[in-house]
Design a protein around this ligand. Structure first.
Ligand SMILES: Nc1nc2c(ncn2[C@@H]2O[C@H](COP(=O)(O)OP(=O)(O)O)[C@@H](O)[C@H]2O)c(=O)[nH]1
Ligand SMILES: [Mg+2]
Length: 400
C-alpha cells in the first residue's frame, strides 16, 4: 500500500489484512474506506477496495442464503430414517385420536406429551426380534394439508418417503369423516394407497412417434388393444411427450397411464389403527370401519392403549404386510441374533440376493450355502445361488 494515504489509513488497512473472518474483513475494510483520504492519488486504491468490499459482501450474502437452505434441511419435519419407518397420522381434533399414546405404548417415547397438541414430529424406536422400526408421530393432518395448511407440505413429503403410513382413526368418533379427510388430502398429494405401480413404462425416444407394445400375456388381455393404444398415445401426447416407447406389462386403465406420466405420484402401503377400543360403542364402530374399508385396506388393527390392547406380533404382521422376510446368517455354527430383511415381492429372494446384501465379496467368491429350515422335511440342505429363501431361514455361506 502506498504511503501517500497517511498513517491512519495505513493502520486501518493493516487491521483489514489481519482480519480472519468474513464479517471482520468487511468491517475493517469499511473502516479503512472511511478514513482513507480521497484525492486523485488515492482514487485507484479507493476504487479497488470498494470493489473488494462489494465482493466480500456478496460472499456474505451467499453464505447467508446457504445457511438458510441448510437450516431448512434440518427442519424438525425432516426426519432421518432409521430401520423400517412407520408414520402415524390422523385428522385434527381435540382431544386427539391417540397417536402419541400409541407411540408411547410402542416405544416408551413422549409420555409427557400425551393429551397435548403435537406441533412437530415425535420419534421412537420399536424393536421386535432385534429388528428396528422407527415410529413417527406426526402433527395432525388439517383440512387443506395438501395445499400446505398446517405444515401439510412438510408432513406429506415425509409420508412420501416412509415405508408404511398408519391411519389412526378414533373409534369413539365418526370414522367416516376421519377417513374422508385423510383419503382426500393424500389423493390430492398424489399418494396412491395400497395399489402397485401401474404395469406400464414410458421411455422418451428420438423417433418421431409414440409406439405402444404389449409385452406379457396379461397385457394382451386388455380389451380392444388398437383403440387402447390410440387412447394411450393421445394421453401421452397431451402430457407433452411426442416421442416415446410405451411398454405395457399387464392390465391397465387410462388413469394409470396419466399417473405413469406424473413423476410426483407415489405408491404407498397404508394400514389403519382403530384407537380407544375400550370406550363405549367402539366395538360396533370397529366392525363397520372394517366392513366399509377392508377392500382398500387389508390390514385394520383395533387397539386400546388404556387396556394395553395391541398385537404382540406386530413386527411380524408389518413385515408380512410389507412383503419382507427375515433371514438369519450363521457363522461357524453361531446364528446371528439380528436378521437380514429382504423383499419377497415380486419374487422370493435367492441365496444370491442374500450374498449380495451381506457383501459383494460373498457373491464373488461363493462356493455353496447351507440352509437350515425349521419344519421342512430335510432340515439342513446344501444349495447354490439360485435357491429361494423363506422367512426365518438360517443360512451359512461358504466361499472358495
Ligand atoms: N379411553 C382411551 N383414551 C385414550 C386412548 N389413547 C389415547 N387416549 C386419550 O386420548 C387423548 C389424546 O391422546 P394423544 O395420544 O395425545 O392423541 P394425539 O393427539 O393423536 O397424539 C388423551 O387424553 C389420551 O389419554 C385409549 O386407548 N383409550
Ligand atoms: Mg400427539
Amino acid at each position: 500500500m502506498s504511503s501517500n494515504i497517511g498513517p491512519e489509513a495505513q493502520a486501518a488497512y493493516q487491521k483489514y489484512l489481519d482480519a480472519t473472518t468474513l464479517e471482520e474483513k468487511i468491517k475493517k475494510l469499511e473502516e479503512f474506506l472511511s478514513v482513507v483520504p480521497k484525492h486523485k492519488a488515492t482514487e485507484k486504491i479507493v476504487a479497488l477496495n470498494r470493489s473488494r468490499l462489494a465482493r466480500l459482501k456478496r460472499e456474505q450474502e451467499d453464505k447467508k442464503i446457504r445457511a438458510k437452505t441448510t437450516a431448512k434441511l434440518v427442519s424438525p419435519f425432516s426426519i432421518k430414517k432409521e430401520g423400517i419407518q412407520l408414520i402415524l397420522i390422523s385428522d385434527y381434533h381435540s382431544p386427539g385420536v391417540g397417536k402419541t399414546s400409541l407411540l408411547n405404548l410402542l416405544t416408551g417415547a413422549a409420555k409427557e406429551k400425551i393429551g397435548r397438541f403435537t406441533p412437530i414430529p415425535e420419534i421412537g424406536i420399536y424393536e421386535y426380534k432385534k429388528i428396528r422400526f422407527q415410529i413417527v408421530d406426526m402433527p395432525s393432518i388439517m383440512d387443506g394439508a395438501s395445499a400446505g395448511i398446517g405444515n401439510g407440505k412438510e408432513i406429506i413429503s415425509q409420508l412420501r418417503a416412509c415405508d408404511l403410513i398408519c391411519f389412526c382413526i378414533d373409534l369413539s368418533r365418526d370414522f367416516q369423516s376421519q377417513m374422508a379427510l385423510l383419503l382426500k388430502e393424500l389423493s390430492q398429494s398424489n399418494v396412491r394407497i395400497n395399489i402397485p405401480p401401474p404395469p406400464i413404462t414410458i421411455e422418451k425416444t428420438g423417433s418421431n412417434k409414440i409406439q405402444v407394445f404389449y409385452l406379457t400375456n396379461e397385457a394382451k388381455k386388455n380389451i380392444d388393444l388398437e383403440p387402447l393404444s390410440d387412447k394411450i398415445r393421445e394421453i401421452i401426447h397431451e402430457g407433452g411427450i411426442r416421442n416415446a416407447i410405451v411398454k405395457v406389462f399387464g392390465e391397465i386403465n387410462l388413469n394409470q397411464v396419466v399417473d405413469a406420466m406424473n413423476p410426483s405420484v407415489v405408491y404407498k402401503k397404508v394400514i389403519i389403527f382403530g384407537t380407544k377400543g375400550d370406550l363405549a360403542l367402539t366395538k360396533d364402530s370397529f366392525k363397520n370401519l372394517k366392513k366399509e374399508f377392508n377392500i382398500k385396506f387389508p390390514l385394520i388393527i383395533g387397539t386400546s392403549v388404556l387396556k394395553g390392547e395391541f398385537p404382540e406380533n406386530f413386527g411380524d404382521i408389518i413385515l408380512k404386510f410389507l412383503n419382507k422376510i427375515k433371514i438369519y446368517t450363521m457363522h461357524q455354527g453361531i446364528k446371528a441374533e439380528k436378521p437380514l430383511i429382504l423383499d419377497d415381492d415380486p419374487n422370493l429372494p435367492t441365496v444370491k440376493d442374500v450374498a449380495l446384501k451381506i457383501h459383494r465379496s460373498f457373491y464373488d467368491t461363493f462356493d455353496y450355502a447351507t440352509i437350515i429350515r425349521e419344519g421342512s422335511r430335510q432340515k439342513r440342505k446344501k444349495v447354490g445361488l439360485d435357491y429361494e429363501m423363506k422367512d426365518n431361514d438360517i443360512i451359512e455361506l461358504h466361499t472358495k
